[in-house]
Design a protein around this ligand. Sequence first.
Ligand code: NAD
Length: 254
Amino acid sequence: MAKLENKVAIVTGGGSGIGRAIAEIFAQEGAYVHIVDLNADMAQSVVDGIISAGGTAKSHACNVAEQTDVLRVVKSIGRVDILVNNAGIAHVGNLEKCSPEDFERVFNVNVKGAYNALFAVVPVMKANGGGAILNLASIASVVGISDRFAYSMSKGAVYAMSMSVARDYIADNIRSNSISPARVHTPFVDGFIAKNYPGQEEEMFEKLSKSQPIGRMAKPEEIAKLALFLCGDDAGFITGNDYPIDGGFIKLNN
Ligand SMILES: NC(=O)c1ccc[n+]([C@@H]2O[C@H](COP(=O)([O-])OP(=O)(O)OC[C@H]3O[C@@H](n4cnc5c(N)ncnc54)[C@H](O)[C@@H]3O)[C@@H](O)[C@H]2O)c1
């Protein structure tokens, strides 16, 4: 039997990268996948791919930073068994290079966006007897990474929110975990290299690949497989944890 048969899943930011790979593997494993993404065209193209592969999915154009938008979408979905809080944006720069506008932009998507989805979905899960939540943290939640001030702040908050929800809703049969990838080769990484290191793209890509002791970036599909396990019933005893998936970044970089 498929691992997520009869489950309804929401994947925020499922139109690209890690979220896309998670949406696709969830659909392959029988879930009805709702992709909630700011970019309606990208979300719909992932949905089209899932449907043509025989799966079930729907796209919802939504800015996770806007609570009314998120509440509207979640209400239209009804039952939710799985929430993957994945939508996120990057910012490169230390404290002095982080303007109030940069800070707010990153905070609004990465922190408030995750809060908005949790705020909308947790009562639905409670009413339905439980659910599984997976939050995309990062190695930057727990390790000092150079020039990632705002991003690290936001991912530290995601890590903490995930634990808080796990503690408060354990009696409601809601499990909440986070995963902390090192670099994953997605448009997110290509985008910030192109924006912040113009003319040095290849060199930067090499440098970022080698910062994982394993010598490369992760593939989105590798992250998706861990997400599948943590959101499925096989992980029924796992809650309140963070799982690095980092090619040795945290423990072997010495
Ligand atoms: N790629 C990495 O190296 C890496 C490492 C660790 C953690 N992460 C985290 O994984 C998550 C996904 O990263 P990715 O690399 O797949 O990114 P990506 O840029 O490829 O995809 C992000 C998706 O989120 C959507 N999105 C952005 N802002 C949104 C908003 N306000 N409302 C709704 N949707 C929005 C985008 O449209 C896009 O589809 C992020 O939270 C990121 O911080 C990524």
